[in-house]
Design a protein around this ligand. Structure first.
Ligand code: FAD
Length: 299
């Protein structure tokens, strides 16, 4: 199954995980994956680290998901610190491993740097990476071999000064050959509905899949949202404040929030939901159980 196979007929469920930094983390992830796989997501995508060792793990984990757990996987790939040649070598490895889907991103500036500095003989923007992937396919005689997803920002990308400019840049990624857009996390569905309307107005026709992050800890979600520019609505923030350092309580609040958001999105006819599962399964089991009736009706 490819990212190009989204259709209006049934919502596609995907999970996003990240490669752990340690061996123990890797063992834990394998255990969590054994539980997450029982929820039968259509895809599991694996993020690509800023730099350093976890990068090599992205493809290893994506292969494991595909070959051991039998679930379609995707490698995220970024422009950070990579020349075109290095990107080609990574694309060849992804191709050789039989992974058919790529989430193509520019990536964030490395820690301590505020601006993204494109690597010499590398790329400055996501649309260039998408174009490069499509050219790579042509060079090996396998046109449209990969399903390609890109990121979209319902509350605007944090570096963009104007929403319209950001949308125009999103269109560049689609025009370069992206099959689907996964959104940044949001906690108010109105941002998503407005975003889809604006995206359609400028002629983007590919599916726009909402990205939802179930909260696991109050501190963690405040840190993540401050980095990516997602708004925590006042009512949710007040609830999270009552959880303070109690992660079990924060997780319960997050599960309730996630189920509520997902139900509304599913009933509005979204093409799928991309859950940022943060490498844990307990909350996802509760969420998917709660949504099973909603999904059954739609599938
Ligand atoms: P771009 O689309 O290149 O946009 C970056 C900024 O440049 C935007 O402000 C845009 O408006 C502007 N811009 C874009 N194109 C042009 C152009 N041609 N000319 C002028 N301005 C332009 N990060 C990781 O490091 N690893 C991951 O695995 C990862 N996975 C992610 C998955 C999802 C679903 C999402 C939503 C984000 C993910 N990120 C990941 C974070 C992402 O790398 C950052 O948000 C990054 O800052 C932007 O990446 P992008 O591909 O959206 O960039």
């Amino acid at each position: 199954m490819l990212f190009s196979d989204y259709s209006d007929n049934k919502p596609i469920i995907s999970f996003e995980i990240f490669p752990p930094k340690t061996e123990k983390g890797f063992d834990n992830l394998q255990f969590e994956l054994s539980l997450l796989s029982t929820l039968a997501p259509d895809f599991i995508t694996v993020t690509y680290g800023a730099m350093g060792t976890t990068r090599e793990r992205t493809l290893d984990i994506a292969s494991l998901i595909q070959n051991h757990f039998g679930i379609e996987s995707a490698c995220h790939l970024t422009c950070v610190g990579a020349t075109k040649k290095e990107l080609d070598s990574m694309l060849q490895k992804i191709y050789d491993a039989g992974v058919r889907n790529i989430v193509a991103l520019r990536g964030d500036p490395p820690e301590g740097e505020s601006n993204f500095i494109p690597p010499e003989d590398g790329f400055a923007y996501g649309n260039q990476l998408v174009e490069h992937i499509r050219n790579f396919e042509k060079s090996i005689g396998k046109q449209n071999h990969f399903g390609v997803a890109v990121a979209g920002y319902p509350e605007k990308h944090i570096e963009a000064s104007e929403f319209d400019m950001d949308l125009a840049n999103l269109k560049r990624k689609v025009d370069a050959g992206a099959d689907v857009i996964f959104t940044q996390l949001f906690f108010n569905n109105d941002y998503y509905f407005d975003f889809v309307r604006k995206v359609r107005e400028i002629g983007i026709t590919v599916p726009v899949v909402p990205g939802i992050m179930p909260i696991l800890s109050a501190k963690q979600i405040k840190r993540i949202t401050s980095m990516c520019g997602t708004t925590i609505p006042d009512a949710l923030r007040e609830k999270l404040d009552t959880a303070a350092d109690d992660d079990n309580k924060a997780r319960d609040i997050g599960i309730e929030q996630c189920i509520e958001q997902s139900r509304e999105l599913l009933s509005s006819g979204v093409p799928g939901i991309h859950f940022y599962v943060l490498n844990k399964s307990t909350h996802m089991i509760r969420i998917m159980e709660a949504l099973s009736g909603d999904l059954q009706k739609l599938r």
